[in-house]
Design a protein around this ligand. Sequence first.
Ligand SMILES: [Zn+2]
Length: 99
Amino acid sequence: MSYDTINILHLEQFKSKIELLETRLERNVLIIELKFYKQQILCPICGSAHIRFLEYKYKKIIHSISTHEKSVIRWHMRRYQCKLCKKTFSESNPLSRLK
Ligand SMILES: [Zn+2]
């Protein structure tokens, strides 16, 4: 993980939560692969702690580093299923507090 990238993206406050941070250029757009560490999570419907990991979804978060360079964060969002009530849900996005 590059500390510079964290600084550029102003993610310092999330540094301890970031599991993966990789950048690459695709047609002049900076693509940032971002994954956070797994959090302790409870079923939002029934409150059960018996949660099964399902899959990753890739959510795009538009993030402007500067006016000259476009960048997109591809957030690896975990999907879970509750073993008790069978409902599926996603982990919360720590970056949503930035908006
Ligand atoms: Zn549940």
